[in-house]
Ligand binder design. Structure first.
Ligand code: GLV
Ligand code: MG
Length: 337
């Protein structure tokens, strides 16, 4: 049973009302930085001018004895740069709910920089109960520290249980911003036999059709198609955004580009970038192709009220293709702004 979103409005007096409509923002790349690394932190003010979102990571990849340094580094980083001035999102990835660090993460960040923090990414979300917990905790902390703007929540889909509960997670709270695929943890949780982080796998094959085109039939090796499709449906059905997660092989930009592009075509708004080389890729991939924009603009122009049927270059257009065209035209406008 789905509980109405209203049920999870904050109970704490003085807490801001979480808004239902997401602000329309370009979030082509969520760029991960390790806040405990002073050298990287020093580059953040410049970085903030080139990426859509800067995420200070407190979870995996931060050693246990550096958790406090990462938390404090995030606070320093958030205070040192006016992210809002450049329209750059400031996110964090907190530690998992079953870790000893999550309370300190949220208590410190909301107290110190709650007004600057746009989104909290929650790892290893298994069901709506995890989101409810974070929702109420944020409401209490926002009220206590007089935070004016509700902090949004983004779930990582990276456990088998999470995938089984993906719809309920997407609708768990009006704070939900979106969801990212976490292919590394998800592979482990599912017992998949791979050490790769994201992308295809050479051993995941379909047999070539002996009568078919060898190049086309050998190209199908995407382990993530099912989960991305499921995640996109759950997100779009609930008015939130879907993202591809990390691609770990920095030396293989071609494979990264293909994976990002597949995710984009399937409805994802962006992907994580873990290395500067992936930023430019994400910028190109998560924006519509200019030829596609041209064609889509012709459809929109040919059907001013979005109804009817017309032929363009021999292809039939109607109300449904007008809607498809609008997705592309609207995104192109957002990219151009
Ligand atoms: C990301 O957190 C992943 O596990 O892939
Ligand atoms: Mg993970």
């Amino acid at each position: 049973m789905k509980l109405p979103r209203r049920f999870f409005q904050p109970l704490a007096a003085g807490a801001p009302e979480p808004f239902r409509e997401l602000p329309i923002k370009l979030e082509r790349m969520i760029h991960f930085v390790p806040p405990h690394n002073e050298k990287v932190r020093a580059r953040v003010p410049e970085l903030a001018k080139t990426v859509d979102v800067v995420l200070g990571n407190l979870e995996d990849a931060v050693p246990a004895d550096q958790k406090e340094a990462a938390r404090n580094g995030f606070v320093a980083m958030a205070k040192a740069t006016d992210f809002a001035a450049s329209g750059t999102g400031l996110w964090t990835r907190i530690n998992a709910l079953n870790s000893p660090w999550i309370l300190d993460d949220l208590f410190t960040l909301v107290a110190e920089v709650g007004d600057r923090l746009d989104v909290v990414m929650v790892p290893k979300v298994e069901g709506p109960w995890d989101i409810h917990y974070i929702d109420q905790l944020l409401a209490q902390l926002e009220a206590r520290h007089n935070v004016k703007k509700p902090i949004l929540v983004h779930a990582i889909l990276e456990t088998a249980e999470g995938v089984a509960n993906v719809d309920a997670i997407a609708s768990a709270s009006p704070r939900m911003h979106g969801m990212s695929l976490g292919p590394a943890d998800l592979a482990a949780s599912r017992g998949m036999k791979t050490t790769r982080v994201g992308g295809g796998h050479p051993d995941y094959k379909v047999l070539s059709d002996p009568k078919g085109d060898a190049e086309r039939s050998s190209a199908q090796q995407d382990l993530w198609h099912y989960t991305i499709a499921k995640m996109v449906d759950a997100c779009m059905a609930n008015g939130i955004k879907a993202f591809y997660g990390p691609f770990g092989d920095f030396s293989d930009s071609a494979a990264c580009e293909v994976q990002f592009r597949n995710a984009f075509l399937m409805g994802c708004a962006g992907a994580w970038t873990l290395h500067p080389s992936q930023v430019a890729l994400a910028k190109t991939v998560f924006a519509p192709d200019p030829d596609e924009v041209n064609f889509a603009s012709r459809i929109v122009a040919a059907m001013p009220d979005g109804t009817g049927a017309v032929m363009i270059d021999g292809k039939m257009q109607d109300d449904a293709t007008w809607k498809q065209a609008k997705v592309i035209v609207d995104l192109a406008r957002l990219v151009a702004d």
